[in-house]
Design a binder for this molecule. Structure first.
Ligand SMILES: NC(=O)c1ccc[n+]([C@@H]2O[C@H](COP(=O)([O-])OP(=O)(O)OC[C@H]3O[C@@H](n4cnc5c(N)ncnc54)[C@H](OP(=O)(O)O)[C@@H]3O)[C@@H](O)[C@H]2O)c1
Length: 241
């Protein structure tokens, strides 16, 4: 299995669950991987391999996947766990900051999903995990830059999942709500918050079941966001992030 964004809290929680007896690939930006490697080894990984990965370098994504598969073998489960929350206030004023957030959270994800889907399709096997968010389901004024990236990613992944239907490749679109962890440090938890461990447990169950595309975490958010579509705009624009 491979985690792209190898220091991600959610990605690592997933890696440790899928590690026993497996080769684990952690693809991450330069920086210390000691903790992440130790966690995977303690979880029973057969081996842990580290690769340098800058998601924003889209032209390098195909070569990276080739290098991983040459060294470690075909990727059975690929988790795209990279992403940034960004600074909404800055992104509202600074077009370069807004575009950088959209690039990492949407464009780079779409690029890597395309590369991985192609490789897995030729083998008629594999599981892809994309991290959307409820933030993209009905975009809120308070975080519309991040939310719109997730909306774009969610739409892309939905179409790709349909394109992969019957190919033997399973794409899971995870839609967590607020996850209490490093990415949201300092923010007040929203209703139906979860933890990286709860998100990973839900995703692993879905990986093992081999069926079903959309995964709301927790499931109650599906109902909440079905209703959210009907909330009048005058009210919706006052929703907190
Ligand atoms: N946390 C939440 O509330 C929440 C809710 C819904 C969805 N999600 C999504 O779930 C996914 C995982 O989030 P998380 O909570 O595990 O966040 P996290 O712990 O902050 O991990 C995100 C990882 O992305 C990596 N990253 C960012 N930009 C990158 C780039 N250009 N190239 C390579 N790696 C890059 C970071 O690398 P560095 O270690 O080098 O900084 C970091 O390790 C994200 O897509 C996030 O949007 C999170």
């Amino acid at each position: 299995m491979a985690v792209f964004g190898g220091r991600s809290e959610i990605g690592l929680a997933l890696a440790t669950r899928l590690a026993p007896g497996s080769a684990v690939v952690l693809a991450a930006r330069p920086g210390s991987m000691a903790e992440a490697v130790a966690a995977c080894q303690a979880a029973g990984a057969q081996r842990v391999e580290i690769f340098d990965f800058d998601a924003d370098d889209i032209a390098a994504q195909a070569d990276l996947v080739t290098a991983i598969e040459d060294r470690v073998g075909p990727i059975d489960v690929a988790v795209l766990a990279f992403g940034i929350l960004g600074d909404q206030a800055i992104a509202e004023r600074d077009s370069v900051a807004a575009a950088a957030l959209l690039h990492t959270d949407f464009i780079a994800q779409a690029g890597l999903l395309t590369v991985l889907a192609q490789r897995m399709r030729t083998r008629a096997a594999g599981t892809l995990v994309a991290f959307s968010s409820v933030a993209g389901q009905r975009v809120r004024r308070a975080n519309y830059v991040y939310g719109s990236a997730k909306a774009g990613l969610d739409g892309f992944a939905s179409g790709l999942a349909d394109a992969l239907h019957g190919s033997g490749v399973h794409l899971i679109i995870a839609r967590p709500g607020f996850v209490i962890g490093r990415m949201t440090a300092g923010l007040d938890p929203a209703p139906f918050s979860s933890t990286p461990d709860q998100v990973a447990d839900a995703v692993v169950r879905r990986v093992r079941s081999g069926r079903g595309v959309e995964l709301w975490i927790p499931w109650q958010l599906r109902v909440m966001f079905a209703v959210a579509r009907f909330v009048p705009r005058a009210l919706w624009r006052r929703m907190p992030r």
